[in-house]
Design a protein around this ligand. Structure first.
Ligand code: CP
Ligand code: NVA
Length: 308
């Protein structure tokens, strides 16, 4: 049976840990002479309903390094669910390629695509979650600290798609997760309920607060993301009034552990959710994290398309 990558929730802690270790091996292999062509002759379609830099280029280059091929399909070309039904797109494209990565607005659209496709479907961000990012984030933490278990990971800001996938992977792998953001912008209840079950199994602690200072105290990782996600542009003015107390700046970072690392999925809105001083400062893992998209996703591709 084919396997999709729609949510971190669909993978066991053991599978995630195995994939983290595979990502580390593939990164090492790439840095010391190049990857073996384990996806020789395989093709990945990249369907986008929203803009992207990292997701597009990192998936494309991951396929190239593994001996395969990837190509980009813009919103104008496919018209997913508009020009043609999602079920029809899924069944047609399954005859041409070995896998599909899709970035969508409505999470149900990527679920629907996976339901009808005969080939593996990878979620490249939906309004609900961003599992390829969450997996990369765990990989970056694992690479830096040697583990995720027992670390205190704090997300400051909007309870958005990136927060959901980070919460889920940290809870699955036994890290402690804290969120702090304004009232009305919490992580969705459904995601929290799922995370509580993962945490009960892994022994992790979860906290959902409104005070950023309490949230960063004892943090090993401080994570933030935009206050206005793609598709929420109409709310931008309101959000920019509500979120400033949650800016990740040098004063906030100084309240965490001295060796704390700062992460951000990017694109960053410098001067809003994060200051230049922090983004470019000694605690920042931002660019390593961005580069790790390519390495971490190789493990996802190897597993789904290469049968590893
Ligand atoms: N972090 C991330 O997914 O970036 P892009 O939107 O540029 O793909
Ligand atoms: N939360 C952001 C992430 C971008 C990679 C968004 O959805 O726009």
């Amino acid at each position: 049976m084919k396997r999709d990558f729609i949510a971190i929730a669909d993978y066991t802690p053991a599978e995630l840990q195995e994939m983290l270790e595979l990502a580390l091996l593939l990164k090492q292999e790439w840095k010391t002479g190049g990857n073996k062509p384990i996806l020789k002759g395989k093709a990945l379609a990249l369907i986008f309903q929203k803009p992207s830099l990292r997701t597009r280029v990192s998936f494309e280059m991951a396929m190239v390094h593994l001996g395969g091929y990837a190509f980009y399909l813009s919103p104008q070309e496919i018209g997913l669910g508009k020009r043609e039904s999602i079920a029809d797109v899924a069944r047609v494209i399954s005859g041409y390629v070995d896998g599909v990565m899709a970035r969508v607005f409505d999470h149900e659209h990527v679920v629907e695509l996976a339901r009808w496709a005969d080939v593996p479907v990878i979620n490249g961000l939906s309004d609900y979650n961003h599992p390829a990012q969450g997996f990369t984030d765990a990989f970056t933490i694992f690479e830096h600290f040697g583990r995720v278990k027992g670390l205190n990971v704090t997300f400051i800001g909007d309870g958005n798609n990136v927060a959901v996938s980070l919460l889920h992977i940290v809870a699955k792998l036994g890290g402690n997760f804290t969120w702090a953001g304004p009232e009305g912008y919490e992580i969705p209840e459904k995601a929290i309920a799922e995370a509580q079950a993962f945490a009960a199994a892994s022994g992790s602690t979860l906290r959902f607060l409104h005070d950023p200072h309490e949230a960063v105290h004892d943090a090993d990782v401080i994570y933030t993301d935009t206050w206005v996600s793609m598709g929420e542009e109409a709310e931008a003015e309101k959000r920019k009034r509500v979120f400033p107390p949650y800016q990740v700046n040098a004063a906030l970072v100084a309240e965490a552990k001295p060796e704390v690392v700062v992460m951000h999925c990017l694109p960053a809105h410098r001067g809003e959710e994060i200051t230049d001083e922090v983004a470019d400062g000694p605690h920042s893992l931002l660019f390593r994290q961005a580069h790790n998209r390519m390495h971490a996703q190789k493990a996802i591709l190897a597993r789904l398309l290469g049968g590893l």
